[in-house]
Design a protein around this ligand. Structure first.
Ligand SMILES: NC(=O)c1ccc[n+]([C@@H]2O[C@H](COP(=O)([O-])OP(=O)(O)OC[C@H]3O[C@@H](n4cnc5c(N)ncnc54)[C@H](OP(=O)(O)O)[C@@H]3O)[C@@H](O)[C@H]2O)c1
Length: 245
């Protein structure tokens, strides 16, 4: 039920952090991988995925110019599982938040996800099967501080996940999201490196620790596999209990 053998998964932002762990995790569960990178510097993650014995290819595209996605997606072969993971964060108080930073975050964290899901989803609909998994956030539910653009984008992808799920569920395409809690990656380095903020955050996590990227693999394998064929439009929190508090 959880085997991904015979499926091909595309993971965006596969070079580092959560994307890298999910690429290796999906391959371990049996999927062949298309690794997406902003630049062609994916040797390390590709070597890790190859150790699982699965097929690997690359798709290189800077997602900060989302208008290029439809044409670039034509170069892709069959994709059974799309993981919309690539994302950025820009921190500044809302009153001074530069509009350019707000737009930059929306382009990568929302527009690119819509256009890629549309391009790949259309082919999934024609085949009558497919899985789309978007990496959302605690800030798909909460407001956060100093991250207006990021929070706006992460709330928006929660809505987009539900909207696509409603339209595509009857055609055999499941669209869901994973909402990670506080995970130790480059994205959160400024927080876990901060001697004041880090213990404050940890004290609020019922599990008593930050998550590792590997903590998200189980949820991704579930949402990529036939075990989740009747799960549609769900945001699965993997947060050590953060939202339950
Ligand atoms: N860490 C957390 O606690 C946490 C919590 C909730 C949600 N998330 C979400 O998880 C996802 C992955 O983040 P992460 O924590 O693993 O951070 P990360 O290590 O910084 O990874 C982000 C990935 O996105 C790629 N990317 C960024 N801008 C891009 C662009 N313009 N074009 C193509 N690729 C681009 C990066 O590519 P390069 O390597 O080339 O820069 C990188 O591979 C994001 O959507 C993030 O919002 C993270």
């Amino acid at each position: 039920m959880f085997s991904l053998e015979g499926r091909t998964a595309l993971v965006t932002g596969a070079r580092t952090g959560i994307g890298r762990a999910l690429a290796v995790g999906l391959a371990t569960a049996g999927a062949d991988l298309v690794l997406h990178g902003r630049n062609d510097d994916l040797d390390e993650v590709e070597a890790e995925v190859r150790k699982t014995g699965r097929q690997v290819s690359r798709w290189i595209l800077d997602l900060s110019d989302p208008g290029r996605i439809p044409e670039a997606a034509e170069r892709l072969g069959r994709i059974d599982v799309l993981v919309n993971n690539a994302g950025i964060i820009r921190r500044a108080p809302a009153a001074e938040h530069p509009y350019a930073a707000f737009r930059e975050v929306l382009d990568v964290n929302l527009d690119a996800i819509f256009l890629l899901s549309q391009a790949i989803g259309a082919r999934m609909l024609a085949r009558g099967s497919g899985k789309i998994i978007t990496i959302a956030s605690m800030l798909s539910f909460q407001g956060g501080v100093n991250v207006a653009g990021y929070t706006a984008a992460k709330h928006a992808v929660a809505g987009l996940t539900r909207a696509l799920a409603c339209e595509w569920a009857a055609s055999g395409v499941q669209v869901n999201a994973i909402a990670p809690g506080y995970i130790k990656t480059g994205n959160t380095e400024r927080l876990w490196d901060d001697p004041v903020r880090e213990p404050e955050i940890r004290a609020r996590i019922p599990a008593g620790r930050w998550g590792d990227p590997e903590d998200l693999v189980g949820a991704a394998v579930f949402l990529a596999s036939s075990a989740s064929d009747y799960v549609n439009g769900h945001l699965l929190a993997v947060d050590g209990g953060w939202l339950a508090r």
